[in-house]
Design a protein. Structure first.
Length: 201
């Protein structure tokens, strides 16, 4: 089995290195492979990295992936159609001051392409973006949940658990490689869950 190091947390890699120093070949396999398997098992068993628990839901790639902005759920927001919530979020960065860029982002074929283009042209986004981005994301998430019964259903299935975007890359919207990030997306989904429950009681 091979492992893509970009897709493994720093904790798993560090544990694997530690174990590899202690192991000889086992059953004809390299010590590194054995160490990696043991490290993944150790970290998951002890820290629940990426596994839902009675208190937490991790939604980057697992059962609740629908809560990711990269999941394929279209929405209508501010009178515009978007292929994903990721498209809508990055479109909002440019819609007032750079409409041509906004249109290009909206037209990208995937959420990842929308993300990449917005990052490439980030210096041209609206100047107050840092002040308004949280409120904008909240509105987008609410629109997504209201417009898709399945998204709403999965959100309600999380109960009162803490929602975490289990991203090993993003320490702002997710909890990042060291699990100490801001987890802004998880927090906004918890807010949305409370709001939607109130209006649907």
């Amino acid at each position: 089995m091979t492992y893509n190091l970009k897709h493994l947390s720093s904790e798993i890699i560090s544990k694997a290195i530690e174990l590899a120093r202690e192991l000889d070949d086992y059953a004809g396999r390299p010590a590194w492979e054995q160490a990696m398997e043991k490290a993944i098992t150790h970290v998951l068993d002890n820290n629940h990295h990426g596994l839902d628990t009675d208190t937490h839901v991790y939604f980057y790639e697992q059962e609740f992936y629908v809560l990711s902005n990269f999941s394929s759920f279209s929405l209508v927001w501010e009178g515009e159609y978007f292929a994903t919530s990721e498209h809508a979020y990055h479109w909002a960065k440019f819609k007032d001051n750079e409409p041509e860029i906004a249109l290009a982002i909206k037209s990208t074929p995937s959420a990842h392409d929308a993300f990449k283009l917005a990052r490439l042209l980030g210096d041209r986004k609206r100047p107050d973006w840092e002040d308004v981005k949280i409120d904008i994301m909240r509105l987008i998430l609410l629109a997504k949940a209201r417009q898709h019964d399945y998204v709403y259903k999965k959100l309600m299935e999380t109960g009162d658990r803490i929602l975490v975007e289990n991203s090993w890359r993003d320490s702002e919207w997710g909890w990042g490689p060291n699990k100490d990030g801001k987890n802004l997306l998880g927090k906004l989904w918890m807010e949305a869950r409370t709001i939607l429950r109130h209006f649907n009681e």
